[in-house]
Design a protein around this ligand. Structure first.
Ligand code: NI
Length: 211
């Protein structure tokens, strides 16, 4: 598989992305995956699946794509041109169609180690300092309120419906970001997540104090 071909496609495809799922997000997810993979025993074929999946993981997400079916067909032909076998393509599609937080709200998807690593790498970019920045940026792009004085500050699993409704940016921390550290699959990601989680808690503490 030629990862550079896939990378070039993704870079172009996301060049106008303004919801926090831009190419820099992709680069950070790839970096996170490298950190997680360090010291793990993985076959080269698995590493290729992981890195290719990281690169394309947001291309057919409802937050990014306006036409998921068309973008999926395009993605399949790009992957095939980059030398991915049908089996590789099936694996990559399974991963990227099942890692998202909203997909796992309905029922938890079973993942092989390849998918687990991609999921952790993406989730790490949703927490910590970057996670805070991206959450406000995304909320702004959707026209969400900054915060709602009446909402309870309790960590909870929202229903899929209420999750897709527009809630305030601060509510999003309690519906998703503060839950993520307990859902990391790998040891390394759990370790990184602990630190980033602590930083979000201290951010929120200051935030409410300043209100
Ligand atoms: Ni992502």
């Amino acid at each position: 598989m030629y990862l550079d071909k896939i990378e070039k496609f993704v870079k172009e495809k996301l060049s106008n992305e303004k919801s926090g799922h831009d190419y820099k997000h992709i680069q950070r997810v790839v970096n996170n995956a490298h950190r997680i993979m360090e010291g793990m025993q993985l076959r080269d074929s698995e590493k290729y699946i992981i890195l290719a999946s990281c690169l394309v993981h947001d291309i057919i997400d409802y937050k990014v794509s306006n036409n998921i079916e068309a973008d999926k067909q395009e993605l399949i032909s790009i992957l095939s041109e980059a030398g991915a076998s049908d089996r590789d393509i099936d694996q990559i599609l399974y991963i990227i169609e099942n890692i998202s937080y909203s997909k796992n709200l309905e029922d938890e998807k079973r993942m092989e180690i390849t998918g687990q690593i991609v999921q952790d790498a993406d989730r790490l970019d949703a927490i910590g300092a970057i996670g805070i920045a991206r959450t406000f940026y995304y909320g702004g792009s959707r026209g969400s309120d900054l915060y709602d004085e009446n909402s309870k500050r309790e960590i909870h699993a929202p229903s899929l419906e209420s999750y897709k409704e527009d809630s305030s940016v601060i509510d999003h921390f309690y519906q998703k970001l503060l839950r993520l550290k307990d859902y990391m699959n790998t040891e390394k990601a759990r370790e990184i997540a602990e630190e980033r989680h602590a930083f979000m808690l201290s951010f929120l503490e200051n935030f409410f104090e300043e209100i």
